[in-house]
Design a protein around this ligand. Structure first.
Ligand SMILES: NC(=O)c1ccc[n+]([C@@H]2O[C@H](COP(=O)([O-])OP(=O)(O)OC[C@H]3O[C@@H](n4cnc5c(N)ncnc54)[C@H](O)[C@@H]3O)[C@@H](O)[C@H]2O)c1
Length: 317
């Protein structure tokens, strides 16, 4: 039996490019969509995707998910079975100054893909959401049953709004949908605007780190391979509608995270403390019982091992 054809949006991004490689290894036919925007240097995205461009079971479309006509042409040309929708304006802090852009790409872009999924009878829609939807919820660890009524950033609001559309398309059109909420992902090709990449680079170069807040806020850093494993498991699983956390379930406070990078790199750093940024959550911590129960998923890479693998990759690149 031939394997499904998977459309991955955001295919040249950090998580997307890691996922595309994994899907190709598993012999799926993969269609990538990405507009290579300049949220960070597009050359990094070109590098992310270069190794798969010549694979016979991969095709890349350089299109914007906001362009419904161009998107529709892809759906007409390809018989898509499953969509993994990862294209988004990511990043909490920039969303404070560009809320309209985040709403447009993250909400309208998602609605375009949902609409085409129904029109072209896609079997399953997997949406890459975020721990940001929990905001400053006091109930830790964050569980999928949390009301998500404590959102504190336009980014979190855009992801939650997109989640509502995903759920409504399941209810109105019977589209099979899984919402995966990722928790601070790091590893090879880490997004350059995120703390793991910024801190590691600065520690390597002997530069001072700017730490926002008192260092006591915590993050549930999750290795990218664990995230892509969770995505693969969920696309292979029947589901009507589910919301599932994918996180490491071992949060660490920022000051200890910096110490761990120092330990793994063998270098010391200087820190200057700055006041907390708007939109930054206090803590993130994933309850992963549901991922384990429904997908048989659990994270396999602890933070120390993941940082070692990330740093090995950085040295080689
Ligand atoms: N990295 C994390 O820690 C994390 C955590 C939670 C959720 N997420 C979500 O996972 C997904 C992937 O995140 P990432 O860290 O790989 O980010 P990324 O920025 O590296 O990847 C996103 C990709 O989407 C593409 N894209 C953006 N807007 C587009 C548009 N209008 N049309 C077509 N392509 C477009 C970008 O060019 C980029 O290559 C995003 O939806 C993000 O919100 C990421």
């Amino acid at each position: 039996m031939s394997k499904s054809k998977i459309l991955v949006t955001g295919a040249a991004g950090f998580i997307g490019s890691n996922l595309v490689e994994k899907l190709l290894l598993r012999k799926y036919d993969v269609i990538g969509v990405d507009n290579f925007n300049d949220y960070y240097d597009p050359k990094i995205k070109e590098e992310n995707i270069i190794s798969v461009l010549k694979k016979h079971n991969f095709k890349l479309y350089r299109e914007d998910i906001l362009n419904l006509n161009k998107l529709e042409r892809i759906f007409r040309n390809e018989k898509i079975d499953v969509i993994v929708h990862l294209a988004a304006r990511a990043g909490v802090r920039p969303s404070i100054n560009k809320p309209k852009l985040y709403a447009k790409v993250n909400v309208l872009g998602t609605v375009n893909l949902l609409k085409l999924s129904v029109d072209y009878k896609v079997k399953r829609f997997i949406f890459g959401s975020s721990s940001s939807v929990y905001g400053n919820s006091k109930q830790l660890p964050f569980s999928e049953s949390d009301p998500c009524d404590q959102i504190i950033s336009p980014y979190g609001a855009s992801k939650r709004s997109a989640e509502f559309f995903v759920e409504s398309f399941h209810k109105s059109f019977d589209l099979n949908c899984t919402i995966l909420r990722f928790f601070t992902v790091y590893g090879p090709r880490s997004r350059p605007d995120m703390a793991p990449a910024i801190f590691t680079k600065k520690i390597f170069n002997g530069e001072t780190i700017q730490q926002y807040g008192d260092g006591l806020s915590s993050r549930d850093y999750t290795f990218v391979d664990d995230i892509t494993n969770g995505i693969v498991l969920s696309l292979e699983k029947e589901s009507g509608f589910e919301v599932i956390n994918l996180g490491n379930n071992h949060p660490i406070v920022i000051s200890d995270f910096i110490k761990m990078i120092e330990y793994v790199t063998g270098k010391k750093t200087k820190i200057i403390k700055l006041s907390k940024c708007a939109g930054d959550m206090e803590n993130t911590w994933a309850d992963i019982k549901k991922a384990n129960r429904l997908l048989g998923w659990k994270p396999e890479t602890d933070l120390k091992e993941g940082l070692k693998r990330y740093i090995l990759w950085l040295r080689a690149n």
